[in-house]
Design a protein around this ligand. Sequence first.
Ligand SMILES: NC(=O)c1ccc[n+]([C@@H]2O[C@H](COP(=O)([O-])OP(=O)(O)OC[C@H]3O[C@@H](n4cnc5c(N)ncnc54)[C@H](OP(=O)(O)O)[C@@H]3O)[C@@H](O)[C@H]2O)c1
Length: 319
Amino acid sequence: MFNSMTRRRFLENSSLIAVASACGTAFAQSVPRSSFGAQSTAEEVTAGLDLSGKTAVVTGCNSGIGYETMRVLALRGAHVIGTARSVEKGREAADSVTGRVTPVVLELTDFESIVACADEIQAMDVPIDMLVLNAGMLLTELRQVSGLEMQFVVNHLGHFIFGNRLMSRVTDAPEGRVVVVGSIAHMGAPEGGIQFDNLGGEGWGRQSYGHSKLANGLYSLELSRRLAGTRATSNCVHPGGVRTNILRNTGFSGARLNKSPEQGAATQCYVATHPSLTGVTGQYFADCNLAEQGDHQKDEAMAARLWEISEELTRDYLL
Ligand SMILES: NC(=O)c1ccc[n+]([C@@H]2O[C@H](COP(=O)([O-])OP(=O)(O)OC[C@H]3O[C@@H](n4cnc5c(N)ncnc54)[C@H](OP(=O)(O)O)[C@@H]3O)[C@@H](O)[C@H]2O)c1
């Protein structure tokens, strides 16, 4: 019997989440509560795991959270394919860690570069157990790429192409996991969420980063729906406020952000590897646990529309 004591304990230890997919089929997932939290490091959340034989792809592996993610996944035995914007940056990062890291070049503003990078990874002919879409930028002034707001391009559209071209390798893996690095900043997107009628960014002001991070969260949500029926999953994470190079274009110092890169990489490493999360998909994590998210990031219709628009904008580069 499911008596009140058992029920209370169950609710303490897990969050039962009802997720209605866009096609109207409701399903429930039990997501275990972890003992890890804001202070936990990537090494701590992966302690005891043997990732040998597994392959991870991590974008933005030469700096900040991505560097630490690459370092710890390789330390645990995974073969990490790490992207950087130049051969030199990737090689330097790869050579500085213990384990097997293969650097590849990826420039997310250049769609040809994305195709070339994904083709290079495809040619390695291995299933991808972990695809960590981590690279990102934060701007406080308007910049555009081919008329589109630049963070939307780098943080979302570039990864949309990259994911499209690699997803068959993720679904080849016994339990492929896509981890999209979003942010709590998604709550600060412009009113109405994704600005479908104005993707040039005019008038968004400082909400432009939040807009791109909302796109990350919605991408993960729609991807999880599209992966239904496969063994693969997709989840989005907020790493916390982390002392990295992310503020480099803003004139602000990140010195007062509360997490170290070791702590900042914990949630994405946890979601990418932890055995307790097998089958968990379409969720949003922070501090290694489920987290509150804004209404727009849960909006399945907005997620589906973003997917369609992203396809239209990148059609020439998709498989
Ligand atoms: N730090 C935080 O407080 C925080 C909070 C929430 C979410 N996040 C997210 O965490 C992720 C990692 O950021 P971080 O804090 O580790 O920042 P970071 O130290 O600045 O690292 C960003 C990484 O993304 C790469 N990148 C930037 N623009 C790129 C482009 N056009 N093409 C390809 N790669 C590009 C960078 O390469 P280069 O070094 O060559 O520029 C670098 O490897 C981002 O998605 C960010 O939005 C960070």
